[in-house]
Write a protein that binds this ligand. Structure first.
Ligand SMILES: [Zn+2]
Length: 470
C-alpha cells in the first residue's frame, strides 16, 4: 500500500483497541513515515480472537517502526505475526517491557503452537493442517528488533517523528507516549494507565502537552474502592479458611500476581488473615516475579523509593513457587486451607484450569477474581453465576464461592483517568476514547466532556481520521 501525500497532513488509523479492550493497534501515518503504536493480540470471545487471523489492514512492510506502551499481550502479542508478515523495523519500548516481552511473547507463541496441534488432533480446523498464528521462532525474530528506551529521553523513531516515553504506573515498564510529528501534530497515548495506589510502582507522570490525545477506558464507567477490595479479599480468604477450604486466585501473570502477593503479605503481617501457604503456580508468573524482584533490588526508578533495595517483598514466609509440572500436580493433594495463585487471569488457559477443575466442585473452596474478565471467557462465566463450566474437555460443577474483586485493578478508574487528563498543560483539541467496551468508552467520553469540557470522540474500528496541530 502506498503512503498518502505528505502535504495532506497526518492520518491516525484505529486498527484495533477501538470498541474493545484488546488488540490495541494505532497507526500514525505522516505521509513521510508510518509508526504503529502498540501491536496487540485480540483476546476473549471467539469472534474477537478470529480477528487475529484477518489480513492486516495495511502493508506491514510499509511500517517504519513500532512503539510499544507495555508488555501485556493485548498490546504486544501481534508483534510476531506482524514480523512474519513483513514488518522488519525497530520496536521501541522501555527496558523492563523488553524483558517482560521476552517472557510473554515466547509464551504466547507456545500457546499458538499448542492450539494448532490440538486443532489438528481433533480435526476441527478450517485449514488442513491447522497452522499456528505464529511460532516461537517468529517471537524470537521480532524480539531481536527490540530497542530499549529510557523514560524521558526524546528519540527519533522515524523520519520526522520524535517520541518520548513517560511512566504510566500500570505494570513494570509501562509508558504513556508523546509523538511529535515535524510540522504536524503532537499526539499523546495513555497506553494502559495505572493508579496512584499501586503498592510497588510510582504513579503515572502527568500527560505531555499534545494536540490530540488517545486515552484508554477499560474502567471508563467505573470507580474503584481500594479499601473495599482489600477488605473483601481478607474476608473471602478468612471465610474460606474457616470452612477448611482453599482459595484459588486466577491472576494475570504480570503485575497482578505481584500486587496480590504484597497485599496477602500485609494482611498476614497485620493478622487480618491466617498465615496460610501461598502457591504461585505459573511458569510465566514466576518468570515475571523474578524480573520484578531484580528491578526492586537494583533500585529501579520505576519502583516506589520505600520499596527499592528490598530482598523479597513478595514472600510473607509461606510462599511456595512451583515451576515444574510435577510440583504443580502435587498441589492437587493439598487438603488444608491454602491460597493458590495461577494464570491465566481470565481462566482462558494455563495451569489455572486444573486448579479450577479440582476446587470448583467443593463448596468449602472459593475462587477470587481480581481482574478484568472479558465477555466470553471462563472468568466472566463464573462472575455471571454459571453453575457448570466446561474445561479440559469435561463439565465441572461450580459449587465453590465466587468472589468478584475487580476493583483490585491495575487500571485507573473513571475519576482517575479524568484527574490524569486534567493535569495536561493545556486541553488537546481532540481526544479519542479507546481501549474500552462500548459502555465504558461512552462513560469516559461523557465524563471528559462534563468534567473537563473537552471534545472527545469514541472512534470506530478501522476508522481513519486526519489530525493536525491546533
Ligand atoms: Zn495492560
Amino acid at each position: 500500500m502506498t503512503r498518502h501525500d505528505a502535504s495532506s497532513g497526518t492520518i491516525l488509523r484505529f486498527l484495533g483497541g477501538a470498541g474493545t479492550v484488546t488488540g490495541s493497534r494505532f497507526l500514525v501515518d505522516t505521509g513521510r513515515a508510518r509508526v504503529l503504536v502498540d501491536c496487540g493480540l485480540y483476546q476473549g470471545a471467539k469472534a474477537l480472537r478470529e480477528r487475529n487471523w484477518a489480513p492486516f489492514e495495511e502493508d506491514p512492510a510499509s511500517i517504519d517502526a513500532v512503539l510499544l506502551t507495555h508488555a501485556h499481550v493485548d498490546h504486544s502479542g501481534y508483534l510476531p505475526r506482524l514480523h512474519q508478515l513483513g514488518f522488519h523495523g525497530p520496536v521501541y519500548t522501555s527496558r523492563s517491557s523488553e524483558q517482560l516481552c521476552n517472557v510473554l511473547l515466547r509464551d504466547s507463541a507456545r500457546l499458538q503452537e499448542e492450539a494448532a496441534r490440538y486443532a489438528n488432533l481433533k480435526g476441527f480446523s478450517k485449514h488442513d493442517p491447522a497452522l499456528p498464528l505464529y511460532t516461537e521462532a517468529d517471537a524470537e525474530a521480532v524480539l531481536k528488533r527490540f530497542r530499549a528506551v529510557e523514560f524521558g529521553d526524546p528519540l527519533d523513531v522515524a523520519e520526522g517523528v520524535n517520541a518520548s516515553f513517560a511512566r504510566a504506573g500500570h505494570i513494570l515498564g509501562s509508558a504513556t507516549l508523546c509523538l511529535a510529528v515535524e510540522a504536524g501534530p503532537r499526539i499523546g497515548f495513555s497506553g494502559d494507565l495505572g493508579r496512584e495506589a499501586h503498592p510497588l510502582l510510582l504513579p503515572p507522570e502527568p500527560p505531555a502537552d499534545v494536540d490530540v490525545m488517545l486515552v484508554e477506558s477499560t474502567y471508563g464507567n467505573r470507580t474503584h474502592r481500594e479499601d473495599h477490595a482489600v477488605n473483601r479479599l481478607a474476608l473471602a480468604i478468612g471465610r474460606t479458611a474457616a470452612r477448611g477450604g482453599v482459595t484459588v486466585i486466577p491472576a494475570f501473570a504480570v503485575d497482578r500476581t505481584e500486587i496480590v502477593l504484597l497485599t496477602l503479605g500485609r494482611l498476614m503481617d497485620t493478622q487480618r488473615i491466617p498465615r496460610l501457604p501461598i502457591y504461585v503456580d505459573s511458569p510465566m508468573a514466576l518468570a515475571a516475579l523474578a524480573i520484578y524482584r531484580r528491578e526492586i533490588q537494583s533500585g529501579s526508578q520505576e519502583i516506589r523509593p520505600e520499596m527499592r533495595g528490598q530482598g523479597n517483598p513478595f514472600d510473607p514466609g509461606t510462599l511456595v513457587e512451583t515451576p515444574s509440572v510435577q510440583e504443580s500436580r502435587e498441589i492437587n493433594d493439598i487438603t488444608e486451607p491454602a491460597i493458590i495463585i495461577s494464570a491465566s487471569g481470565m481462566a482462558t488457559g494455563g495451569r489455572i484450569l486444573h486448579h479450577l477443575a479440582r476446587r470448583l466442585p467443593d463448596h468449602r473452596n472459593s475462587v477470587v477474581l481480581v481482574g478484568y474478565q472479558a465477555i466470553g471467557t471462563r472468568g466472566h462465566r463464573l462472575l455471571s453465576g454459571e453453575k457448570t463450566l466446561k474445561m479440559l474437555g469435561r463439565y465441572i460443577p461450580v459449587r465453590a464461592e465466587i468472589v468478584d474483586i475487580s476493583e483490585f485493578s491495575v487500571h485507573a478508574d473513571r475519576d482517575e483517568l479524568v484527574a490524569w487528563l486534567r493535569r495536561a498543560p493545556s486541553p488537546p483539541a481532540l481526544s479519542f476514547v479507546v481501549h474500552g467496551e462500548a459502555d465504558a468508552a461512552a462513560g469516559l467520553q461523557r465524563a471528559i466532556s462534563d468534567s473537563l469540557g473537552w471534545f472527545a470522540v469514541v472512534p470506530k474500528l478501522g476508522e481513519r481520521v486526519r489530525v493536525g496541530p491546533r
